[in-house]
Design a protein around this ligand. Structure first.
Ligand code: HMG
Length: 442
């Protein structure tokens, strides 16, 4: 029987579990055991995880893998990836190895500006609002000094505040559109605190501004919040080599491969159905590193996809060309990341991941994450335009199917060997397990 409950958040962890188990599950004991088997025996560590979010009942594990051999701007990196999907880490590693022998990845941070907005309603004279904004702008910045002073000492802070007229979209709608430099912090809390202070100053100073009529003084602040759309927090990643150097043991010539690869990218540039899947492949790499380094993958996802639609049609994030016999594959994407604050100093595996990356600055992490996305996209397109995706993907997915059928170690060894030379589809694997078990039982 399902039910609602009041005061759930105030219950202890074990009482929460009791309620869940009694309300939704038939086998209370088994359910509790499943939840508890993921608790860490180190109580302090478990408490840390319990307190990351609210109403925690257990831990939800994701594997943390590593992809070695990433040569980025002449320096080798091993990239940590937290992801549940088989073949992603293998694909990233494969692309890293491929480009390691062809000069590696080149990256550049183009800009690091982040955005926040105070959205407000004002029904009066526009010119008077402009005058008020000019009059108040410095005070907006000054009143936020207690929040910005430390960031300023490090070289960041508020870059600018603009008044934006959005009345063409909604009657009476305006914004304070502010830009920020947050250095190694992702900056969400810093930006939101500044914005809330701007809103306070704006509202109170409007009441005291002589230029406004009594009605105009009544500015309505709707909300103050950062934007996860960061088109000016942009990083570029690129690989290039002579077309002839693309040749490996693939079944087509280097020229044919380059041409087909570029066609595949062009299709993703013009066809949204394809672009979404193409970019999903890029996000396989990006999200995995963003998660491993304790960053906000929802913010990154939202910002990246908005960027992919910036010209009015959803399109490929990556591009490819051949010019003067040189194949170039590149991507520019917005990434607002942090290497301090948030989970970065709290989660032991995030700390470990950052250490594995030699404790990068936020700018360095932007470049590493962009490379992981480009590598992933290269590996997927390389498979798609040559062998097809299923061959490699199913080779990696094989273990999941074997585990699903509770194959023992001996069965796994036999079947892994078998599928080195046979095509692994879900039904072929199931059939092979059944045949093997029949043979053993005969
Ligand atoms: P392969 O050529 O059969 O691999 O590729 P290999 O066995 O010859 O090994 C070569 C290298 O690949 C290895 O070098 C590793 O770097 C890596 P080594 O370590 O031996 O010196 N590698 C592995 N790394 C870790 N564990 C492994 C492993 N196997 C190989 N088990 C591979 C096999 C899967 C890598 C290749 O077929 C591939 O890259 N496929 C693409 C897979 C992919 O994109 N997966 C993502 C999921 S599909 C998806 O969601 C996205 C998509 O829809 C996006 C789109 O449409 O654009 C496809």
């Amino acid at each position: 029987m399902c039910a609602s409950i009041s005061g759930f958040s105030k219950l202890s962890k074990s009482k929460k579990i009791d309620w869940i188990v009694e309300t939704y599950f038939f086998n209370a004991k088994e359910t509790k055991n499943i939840l508890k088997q993921y608790w860490n025996t180190n109580e302090k560590l478990q408490q840390l995880h319990d307190e990351f979010i609210e109403n925690t009942i257990t831990n939800y594990y994701l594997p943390l893998g590593v992809a070695p051999n990433f040569l980025i701007n002449g320096k080798f990196h091993t990239i940590p990836m937290a992801i549940e999907e088989s073949s992603v880490v293998a694909a990233a590693s494969n692309a890293a190895k491929f480009w390691m022998d062809r000069g590696g990845f080149k990256t550049k941070v183009i800009a690091t500006t982040k955005i926040g907005q105070v959205h407000f309603m004002y029904q009066g004279n526009k010119e008077t609002l402009n005058q008020f904004f000019k009059h108040i702008k410095q005070q907006l910045i000054d009143d936020a000094k207690p929040i910005t002073k430390n960031m300023e000492k490090r070289g960041g802070g508020i870059l600018d505040i603009e008044l934006r007229d959005k009345t063409q979209d909604i009657k009476g709608y305006y914004q304070l559109h502010a830009s920020f430099e947050t250095l190694d912090a992702m900056g969400a809390n810093f930006i939101n605190s500044c914005l809330e202070q701007f809103a306070k100053t704006f509202k109170t100073q409007a009441l005291a501004f002589d230029g406004f009529s009594e009605e105009e003084k009544n500015i309505q602040i709707v909300m103050s919040i950062l934007s996860n759309y960061v088109p000016d927090c942009l990083v570029r990643a690129e690989v290039s080599c002579k077309v002839e150097a693309l040749h490996e043991d693939i079944t087509i010539t280097a020229e044919e491969f380059a041409a087909k690869f570029i066609q595949a990218v062009h299709i993703a540039e013009v066809e949204p159905y394809r672009a979404v899947t193409h970019n999903k492949g890029i996000m396989n790499g990006i999200d995995a590193v963003v998660l491993a380094t304790g960053n906000d993958f929802r913010a990154v996802e939202a910002g990246v996809h908005a960027y992919a639609s910036r010209n009015g049609r959803y399109s490929s994030l990556s591009h490819a060309k051949v010019e003067n016999d040189v194949f170039t594959f590149w991507m520019e994407i917005p990434l607002a990341l942090g290497t301090v604050g948030g989970l970065t100093g709290l989660h032991p595996l995030v700390k470990l991941s950052l250490e594995l990356l030699q404790n990068p600055t936020a700018k360095e992490l932007m470049q590493i994450v962009a490379v992981a996305g480009l590598a992933q996209n290269f590996a997927a397109l390389r498979s798609l335009t040559t062998t097809g995706i299923q061959q490699g993907h199913m080779k990696m997915h094989l273990m999941n199917i074997l585990n699903q059928f509770e194959a023992n170690d001996a069965e796994k060894l036999t079947l892994i060997e078998y599928f080195k030379t046979n095509v692994a589809t879900h039904s072929a694997v199931v059939e092979a397990i059944e045949n093997l078990r029949l043979k053993i039982n005969d």
